[in-house]
Write a protein that binds this ligand. Sequence first.
Ligand SMILES: NC(=O)c1ccc[n+]([C@@H]2O[C@H](COP(=O)([O-])OP(=O)(O)OC[C@H]3O[C@@H](n4cnc5c(N)ncnc54)[C@H](O)[C@@H]3O)[C@@H](O)[C@H]2O)c1
Length: 301
Amino acid sequence: MTSKDKVALVTGAASGIGEQCARKLAADGAKVVIADLNLANAQRVAEDIAATGGKALAIAMDVTSEEAVNAGVDETVSRLGGIDVLVSNAGIQIVNRIEDYAFSDWKKMLAIHLDGAFLTTKAEDTLVFQVDLWSSRGKLPGDFLDVSERTKDIQYSSRTRAITAFMSQNQKHAQMIKALLEHIPEKLRLVHPVLRAAQKVADGGAVNVVHLIYKNKAFEGHYKDYEFSEGTMREHWTSGLEDIRRSFAHPEWFDIPSREIGFVTRDVHRYRQEANDTMGPVKELSPQSKRSLEEKLPGAK
Ligand SMILES: NC(=O)c1ccc[n+]([C@@H]2O[C@H](COP(=O)([O-])OP(=O)(O)OC[C@H]3O[C@@H](n4cnc5c(N)ncnc54)[C@H](O)[C@@H]3O)[C@@H](O)[C@H]2O)c1
């Protein structure tokens, strides 16, 4: 897979991880769209990329607004001809004790992470690579060091499964709406505003989410935000690369599902676990067994 001449839309690309993804994609020859709430910073990044010979376009986009996402996608398609790669990165972190956590902050964070991923992937059939840093799950803290570790687990967790469960649920609702709409006369469907909105939801694109989960770390301490020694980083990069290679060893995982199935998600760790538990090593699975295994994966269909 090469990025050369592909159109890559990166949300939240005016700073941080999104900016670095955009710069890397541009350096690999992609035409990148810097989509961000902060247009001034997005323009700065786009100009910087252009100054070093890359191709970049800055657009204002609030990923929580369906109108803004659709307008940004339309502008990209009309100026660059389509979207080949979507990096749904925009996000914020609001960390607080639950008793002090304002409900409005909770909803704001979910809207940017969940609605943002949903809206940007909804418009078209999409293959998503979702990077998982670590899980928010863990044992009940037993001492203060454990408390510090658990706080960081939760603060920096990737919430990938929450997002895929949410998208899977949305897809099921879209299918239900589609089935219900078939019982309503077309004349009415075309004129009634609620039915027209429902039709839009029902006609959403198909999505395949491949998790690039990096889970095989030999060790992980409580120091998630300050221990970046060369040895630790090399070990983590190696395990991340190994997980990515394992996922890429299944090219059939990248197929977009039919609109009827709508949403699938693949995760090399769950796949291996299920395969070993039920049917032996992955390489011995027949295509038919693979299909039935995929049906059993939580949230897979
Ligand atoms: N930094 C970490 O350790 C870490 C760990 C796990 C996950 N993440 C996630 O990675 C992503 C990027 O993190 P970062 O550290 O680079 O953050 P960052 O704050 O540097 O960048 C986030 C970008 O998103 C933009 N943004 C915020 N709300 C937006 C909206 N509604 N619409 C469009 N753009 C919006 C901001 O303007 C900013 O440019 C976030 O989703 C974050 O939650 C970060």
